[in-house]
Design a protein. Structure first.
Length: 353
């Protein structure tokens, strides 16, 4: 192949002086400065309506794929956009930085206002998107990985918005945070939203139109669409359910003990004071008499002793109990109640739904 040699041809292109065209090889042109800056071109020349003002192009003739085939630098800058022989592209790299392990790399000191990369959507009908696509291969995966030279807890992925703050955080030690950038457990939802109906709370599990749970800081509620539903604990595993330790357990609704056939029950406590001899004291129960399943009365005759109804083993401690449609009646006798007159008593009623 014929070789054309063009030596010592000078053109004035900038305040740096003259540029020199070196030897022209087939398919290549090398332009450099005599001062020895090496492979530097800083033209302000238009080639067929393509303008390169204040742009430096640096090219290499090398078989090493780790060295850029072409690097572009704006005047006054120090970081290059580098196009490598193996098809990789590096943005923000130094002139002699190697970059041969990734298709596209961005090296930059970012901030909230100046990110590494930005997708700007100017069309409110279509989202700005980054697609990961499979063209037919099997077993394909798309992975988002982070690498840190510090501890795992100091490296994390974060999705943030100006309105919602820290929406999602994936931390290097495996913890996931929602509405927090510092999750303290494997899944940390930082929300004070209350579960007050079927569509509110800090978290929802399930489909709003069907069965789902709503959760907040201290509640779990079960719904079927907008109606309350059954909350099951260990329904299928038949394992034991333990609630609390030394704490109290409060059941606001009726309680069914024993499964199918057992009544759904509640309990009610009443207080009163016995009357004089041969008298009756009535305490309103406020229930349907037919729903009352049991009544237990304990009368405290002294600091250390209490008596049940119909106690006749010792003279002076007898009283009777009667259930009326409206009251629980405590009746003393004329001859055998002398030691329990004007004494406090407690009534415990068990009634069904």
């Amino acid at each position: 192949m014929k070789k054309i040699v063009l030596l010592f041809t000078f053109i004035f292109i900038s305040s740096l002086g003259f540029a020199q065209f070196g030897e022209v090889k087939p398919g290549t042109i090398q332009i450099y400065e005599p001062a020895g800056l090496g492979g530097l071109i800083k033209p302000n020349v238009t080639f067929s309506k393509i303008d390169f003002p204040d742009i430096q192009l640096i090219g290499y003739n090398s078989d090493d794929a780790s060295i850029a085939s072409l690097a572009i630098l704006h005047t006054g800058g120090s970081k290059f956009t580098k196009f490598f022989k193996d098809g990789n592209i590096g943005i923000g790299y130094g002139l002699f930085d190697n970059f041969n392990d990734t298709g596209l790399g961005v090296r930059y000191f970012s901030s909230a206002a100046n990110p590494h990369a930005r997708l700007i959507n100017l069309n409110n009908t279509e989202p700005a998107r980054l697609n990961f696509e499979n063209v037919g291969a099997t077993g394909v995966s798309w992975q988002l990985k982070g690498k840190s030279n510090n501890t795992n807890t100091s490296s994390f992925f974060n999705i943030n918005s100006s309105q919602g703050g820290d929406i999602l955080t994936l931390r290097g030690d495996g913890k996931v945070g929602i509405l927090t950038d510092n999750p303290s457990v494997p899944l940390h939802v930082n929300s004070s939203a209350s579960s007050i109906n079927s569509t509110t709370g800090a978290m929802i599990l399930g489909t709003l139109a069907a069965g789902h749970l709503t959760l907040d800081n201290d509640e779990i509620n079960a719904y079927n669409n907008t109606s309350g539903s059954t909350l099951y604990l260990n329904q299928e595993s038949t394992g034991r359910v333990e609630i609390g330790g030394s704490s109290d357990l409060r059941v606001n609704g009726f309680t069914e003990l024993g499964g199918s056939g057992a009544p759904s029950i509640k309990m009610k406590k009443l207080l009163g004071t016995s009357g004089l001899a041969n008298s009756t004291v009535n305490v309103a129960h406020g229930l349907s008499k037919d729903k009352i399943l049991g009544v237990q009365v304990i009368l405290k005759r002294s600091e250390n002793y209490s008596e049940l109804p119909n106690f006749t083993s010792i003279i002076g401690y007898e009283y009777q109990v009667e259930i009326t449609p409206t009251d629980i009646s405590i009746m003393t006798t004329s001859s055998n109640s002398a030691n329990i007159l004007s004494k406090p008593f407690t009534v415990l009623i068990t009634y069904e739904e």
